[in-house]
Design a protein around this ligand. Structure first.
Ligand code: SF4
Length: 317
C-alpha cells in the first residue's frame, strides 16, 4: 500500500459504463499512462447512491431560498438529501484508503469540482456550481490535491498535480517509517528546491518551521508542516519561478563549471525563459554536472527528478 500512489477517481473516467446513458468517459491517459504508477479507487456517486443505469439526467438548481439542490432534469425530483447523506458516509470510508488525491469528472452535478452548471430560478445556467460529492470530498480532505480530467490536458496543471501526488506519497512513506524531527528535516531538505519552484514565501516559512521544530510537539509539527506543504504545492509553478530555481542551482557550480560550461548553462536557462526549450533541457544538463562535479546536496533534490521520466511531464512545460 505504501509504494503505489492511491488516487480516487470518478469511475466513468476509467471506462466503467455508469453514465446516465449507459456510456463511459474513458480517459486513456489516466488509465494507461498515469495508471502505471497509480492504484485507483473508483467512485461513482450516482450509481453508489442507488440510481439505475441508464437514468434521467441530474442538474444543480438554486431554489427559492437560494439553496443548491440536486434534482432530476425532467421530473424535478429532488435527491439532494439522499446524495448528501451518502456522500458524508462515503468520504469517511475513503479515509481508510489513504488517498493521495482525486481526479473528478468535469461538469457533473455529482462529481464536478468547479464550474458545474447551476440553474437559477429562471432556468438560466451559470457555471458556478460544484458537484455534491466533489464538494463533500474537498471539505473533508481540504489538503488533498484534486483535479478534473479536462484540466489535466493542460501540461502545467498536469505536471503540478502529478508532482503533488508524488510528494504526498513520499510524505506518507515517511510517516509509515515513523515521524521524527530528523526524518522531517531530511524530507524537507530533499524537497527544498521543489517547494521553492512553487513559492519562495513558503520555502522560507517552512525552513523556519523546521529549524524551530523542537518548539512544537511532533503532532503539531507534522500538521503545521503538511498544511504549509500542500498550500505551497497548490500555487502553480511558472516559467519565472523555474528560472529563479535554475539560477539558484547555478550558484552551486560557481567554482566547478569551466567558462564554456557556464556559458552553455546560462544560454539554456535563457532559452527556457524565452520558451525555446522545455524545462527538461536545462535540468538534464544540470543532472549531468551534478554527477560530473559530485554535488551531494543537489543530487538528493526531488526538483531535478520529481516524477518518473516515462511520464515526460517536464518535456511539455
Ligand atoms: S460523472 Fe460521476 S456520477 Fe457521473 S457517471 Fe461519472 S462517476 Fe458517475
Amino acid at each position: 500500500m505504501d509504494d503505489k500512489i492511491r488516487l480516487g477517481i470518478s469511475s466513468c473516467l476509467l471506462g466503467a459504463q455508469v453514465r446516465y446513458d449507459g456510456g463511459h468517459q474513458l480517459d486513456r491517459y489516466l488509465r494507461d499512462v498515469l495508471g502505471e504508477y497509480v492504484e485507483y479507487v473508483p467512485v461513482c456517486p450516482e450509481v453508489e447512491v442507488g440510481l439505475p443505469i441508464p437514468r434521467e439526467t441530474l442538474r444543480l438548481v438554486e431554489n427559492e431560498e437560494q439553496r443548491v439542490r440536486l434534482v432530476f432534469s425532467r421530473s424535478g425530483e429532488d435527491i439532494t438529501e439522499r446524495m448528501e447523506s451518502w456522500a458524508q458516509g462515503r468520504v469517511k470510508q475513503l479515509e481508510q484508503d489513504q488517498l493521495d488525491g482525486f481526479v473528478f469528472k468535469s461538469k457533473s452535478p455529482s462529481s464536478g469540482m468547479e464550474r458545474v452548471k447551476l440553474y437559477d430560478r429562471n432556468s438560466v445556467p451559470k457555471k458556478v456550481g460544484v458537484g455534491v460529492f466533489a464538494r463533500h470530498f474537498m471539505e473533508h480532505f481540504p489538503l488533498l490535491p484534486v483535479e478534473e480530467e479536462g484540466r489535466l490536458n493542460d501540461p502545467r496543471l498536469r505536471e503540478n498535480f502529478i508532482t503533488a501526488i508524488f510528494v504526498l506519497k513520499r510524505w506518507r512513506q515517511m510517516l509509515a517509517a515513523g515521524f521524527t524531527l530528523g526524518r522531517l528535516v531530511d524530507f524537507h531538505t530533499r524537497h527544498k528546491l521543489l517547494i521553492m519552484s512553487h513559492s519562495q514565501q513558503h520555502y522560507r516559512q517552512m525552513g523556519k518551521l523546521v529549524a524551530a521544530g523542537r518548539e512544537h510537539s511532533l503532532m503539531d509539527l507534522r500538521t503545521l508542516y503538511l498544511v504549509e506543504l500542500m498550500t505551497a504545492l497548490r500555487l502553480k509553478t511558472t516559467e519565472k519561478k523555474h528560472v529563479n530555481v535554475l539560477q539558484h542551482i547555478m550558484g552551486y557550480f560557481k567554482r566547478d563549471l569551466a567558462g564554456d560550461e557556464k556559458l552553455e548553462m546560462v544560454e539554456l536557462i535563457e532559452n527556457y525563459r524565452q520558451g525555446l526549450v522545455p524545462l527538461i533541457v536545462p535540468l538534464t544538463l544540470f543532472n549531468h554536472y551534478i554527477r560530473k562535479y559530485n554535488q551531494p546536496y543537489l543530487k538528493q533534490q526531488y526538483y531535478l527528478n520529481p516524477h518518473p521520466k516515462e511520464l515526460k511531464l517536464l518535456n511539455q512545460i
